[in-house]
Write a protein of this length. Structure first.
Length: 734
């Protein structure tokens, strides 16, 4: 009996021991493995989402597949051990090498982080509206932060989780994502971790920074208010100028530069003698004598109080600032502007404190802020101190002043001259528009100002109108309007009409609405000059519709030769943590395309027919070199080519082209190009290279020229010269 009792006690102890090992405990965490996953584009509703690729397959990202740099990742977790976990923290991490893993960051972080969570896209913890992975799994949660809390029930078959991730477009290559559950990395199955690949071609829609947290500067309402150009291109790099609303640094101007790839520079700062964050600071950049010069009007003071002027010159990646200078005028709240005319005189204009009168002052010396002439004024009872006001320098003694008149929703204008003062006041718009639903750009090369506005104050109801100001005659005309109707009109309300000039092409950018507050970015293209131009057949979209509310778009400053659309886009109506402001760009072929094409035929020489062509696909792009090569030239250590640069392929007065050259001893050879300029070149081993530097001058966009070569080839014909084919080139922005 004792033996039996001992055996029972032993068995019981063994069972207790086994039970202690196998029973659930607080220290025993659920074991999970990642199974299926898929990426989706960010669209208006869950049901409307489209897969970016098949399940468990690598996805290549580009602007055609995502909205505002945002993707949604849905991941299925399988329980392979344990009996459930309640309220555990689930994090999403990313890696470029499967070794170093970093948490996806919240949007309240600094720049330089390639992947952020999207805030404000859905209520935190809300159940998914539909299951787009395998059926039969417990509904997961939508995560907006890096510390989302999840639960998995005991013996649960699987858990689906949904993340919205904003891609700040890091370096090209493949990036991996994994989940971290209760501090432990979730392992993948044979299909591997979710992964996306970014190629150079995919980087067409890039979020470069989160505007409500530029570094540690805080909120930046100046970027949200889009009346004034704060983005500029100096031919080499982009610049942004901004102040911070409601921050202790309100008396500081911040600025950054960007080469077009990678991250923006760290912010540089410029102290101002007074608060400037709520005064809608006014930057203007002008190329003066080959030097990009920045002019700034800073300060918040209203009434007959001083604000401050600064002048800086851009040198590479730095700006050299002159001393700050006080400037006294009867300042209103926001209706103030600064500009430079084609005589390099600086103009400052605005609406007086309390409204009702418009004023303008011109500097006494070109490119100088030390002194200004007395104010010229004109009474307009509806002029509002809190609305937009712009000054556009025309000649060295006159400027065009534009302001918004609230009472009849018209853009008003008048010409001010020195010493004559203001001329009559007139209205540009007869049908009316909202305060901020108009924009302008200046074409000094052809002598026009383009003003684009909507013709309705109702959201989604108005179309665009193009007004053209002839600088020589100082008169306005109405050009043919762009295509109208749904898909071609702006959302309306208070959305901007940002206007950019590239060559003879005017681009009008706007936010377009599909459903409710969902927005997409689109543009119209008008090819001028003047009122005789034509529009594209319809608007071109730069992004798909999605959750973001694209209320403001500001492109780089007027007349700048940028091929890239660079925009400040507010993801909501106000600059707060739930509605971040994004600085985004699209690689978009703005302006005429550079082309190079051969025509005609050469005549045979000792090594065959001389041929002229571009080297390695080189094209005559503004700011780049056009590299060409003559081939099939006479063999030997030295050959000689007369390279001809012509402005016509139809006439070389008094001769029409093409012109047979038989009469000068070159039978079978033709001259295809007018001999306006020529260059003596030497080469060797049957080839000779020719490189032409193309200036980075926007007015040259669309300019055409023609080239041909005459090769010295003794004994081939009586003249001892053969001719190559010819080529036609058109200068372009891309």
């Amino acid at each position: 009996m004792a033996t039996t009792r001992a055996r029972v006690r032993t068995i019981a102890a063994l069972l207790i021991t086994i039970g202690a090992i196998t029973a659930p405990s607080a220290a025993q965490s659920t074991q999970l493995r990642q199974t299926d996953w898929r990426f989706y584009n960010d669209a208006a509703t869950d049901a409307a989402m489209s897969p970016l690729g098949a399940m468990n397959t690598e996805t290549a990202l580009g602007s055609a597949s995502i909205h505002n740099g945002t993707i949604r990742l849905r991941v299925l977790l399988a329980e392979i051990g344990g009996l459930g976990d309640a309220n555990e923290i689930a994090k999403l991490q990313y890696s470029a090498d499967l070794t170093t893993w970093t948490d996806v960051a919240t949007q309240a972080t600094t720049t330089g982080v390639p992947f952020h969570y999207v805030n404000g896209a859905a209520t935190n913890g809300a159940l998914l509206g539909s299951l787009l992975l395998l059926a039969g799994n417990t509904l997961g949660h939508y995560h907006e932060t890096g510390t989302g809390v999840e639960s998995i029930a005991a013996l649960e078959a699987g858990l689906e989780m949904d993340f919205a991730i904003k891609c700040h477009w890091p370096t090209t290559g493949t990036w991996y994502f994994r989940l971290n559950w209760d501090g432990v990395a979730v392992q993948p199955t044979a299909v591997g971790y979710p992964r996306v690949t970014i190629s150079a071609a995919d980087r067409t829609h890039v979020v470069t920074s989160v505007g409500n947290h530029f570094g540690s500067e805080g909120l930046c309402e100046e970027l949200r208010i889009g009346d004034y150009k704060r983005l500029w291109f100096d031919g080499t790099r982009y610049w942004i100028f901004y102040t911070v609303a409601g921050a202790p640094s309100g008396a500081t101007l911040f600025y950054r530069h960007w080469s077009g790839i990678g991250e923006w520079s760290a912010p540089a700062s410029l102290a101002c003698s007074g608060l400037t964050n709520d005064g809608r600071h006014r930057p203007w950049v002008e190329n003066i004598g080959g030097i990009n010069t920045v002019f700034l009007l800073l300060g918040n003071g209203q009434g007959a109080n001083p604000r401050w002027l600064r002048r800086g010159t851009i040198s590479g990646t730095t700006i050299n600032w002159d001393p700050e200078l006080p400037f006294t005028a009867n300042f209103g709240d926001e209706a103030n502007g600064i500009g430079v005319d084609d005589g390099d005189y600086v103009w400052v204009a605005g609406v007086v404190n309390g409204g009702g009168t418009v004023w303008a002052r011109r500097s006494t010396n070109p490119n100088d802020l030390s002194s200004f002439l007395p104010a010229r004024t004109i009474v307009d009872t509806g002029a509002h101190e809190g609305r937009a006001c712009h000054v556009i320098g025309l000649g060295s003694n006159k400027a065009l002043v534009l302001w918004y008149k609230t009472s009849n929703t018209d853009v008003r204008y008048s010409i001010v001259t020195e010493p004559g003062g203001f001329g009559p006041i007139a209205s540009v718009n007869t049908s009316g528009c909202q305060d901020q639903d108009w924009g302008f750009t200046v074409d000094k090369q052809n002598g026009f100002v383009y003003l684009v506005h909507t013709n309705s104050t109702t959201n989604g109801a108005g179309d665009f109108v193009l007004r053209v100001f002839d600088i020589a005659s100082q008169t306005w005309s109405t050009a043919t309007p762009p295509p109208a109707g749904v898909g071609n009109r702006p959302f309306g309300g208070d959305d901007h009409a940002a206007v950019q000039l590239v060559g003879n092409d005017v681009y009008v950018f706007f936010a377009i609405s599909d459903v409710g507050e969902d927005r997409a970015v689109a543009y119209h293209k008008y090819t001028g000059p003047g009122t005789t131009g034509t529009w594209n057949s319809g608007a071109t979209r730069l992004s798909a519709s999605g959750r973001c509310n694209l209320d403001r778009i500001v492109t780089v400053g007027p007349g700048t030769p940028a091929n890239r659309v660079l925009a400040v886009v507010a993801a909501g109506d106000n600059p707060n943590a739930g509605s971040p402001i994004d600085l985004e760009f699209w690689d978009e072929p703005l302006g005429p395309e550079a082309t190079f094409g051969s025509f005609g035929a050469g005549c045979a020489g000792s090594s065959g027919v001389p041929a002229l062509g571009a080297i390695a696909g080189s094209r005559p792009v503004l700011g780049h070199n056009m590299a060409m090569q003559f081939s099939s030239l006479p063999p030997g250590p030295l050959n000689v080519v007369l390279a001809i640069f012509g402005l016509s392929d139809t006439q070389w007065p008094p001769f029409p082209l093409p012109l047979p050259l038989d009469a000068i001893g070159m039978p079978g050879c033709m001259a295809y190009v007018s001999l306006d300029f020529w260059f003596a070149l030497t080469g060797q081993d049957t080839v000779c290279n020719w490189t032409i530097g193309i200036p980075n001058e926007p007015s040259l966009a669309g300019f055409q020229f023609y080239v041909q070569g005459l090769a010295l080839d003794i004994g081939t014909n009586p003249a001892g010269v053969t001719a190559s084919n010819a080529a036609a080139a058109r200068l372009g922005t891309h």
